[in-house]
Design a protein around this ligand. Sequence first.
Ligand SMILES: [Zn+2]
Length: 97
Amino acid sequence: MKILEQGPGWSMEMICTGNGNGGAGCASKLLVEECDLFITGHGYMDGSFDHFVTFRCCNCGTETDVNVPHRIRNVLMKAHRERNGVAWSHLKSFPAN
Ligand SMILES: [Zn+2]
């Protein structure tokens, strides 16, 4: 089946590159849907913290950071905050070394 007109559900073709996670992807071309994406956090030496939208390849298991539309990112971040409320505040207050 082909999508003639994209409905409310969102999907995007992505390549498994391992971008942001060591770069050792298997180069599979994947149709990634909103439910395949999750938020990962990268902490830095100065104590700051960045969030990335990530998917895990169903072929090799490598995680790849991707750019998605703001709407998708916002939905994912909201879910992430709700799910990890405690862990989130813990990370935010984690002391820099
Ligand atoms: Zn892969």
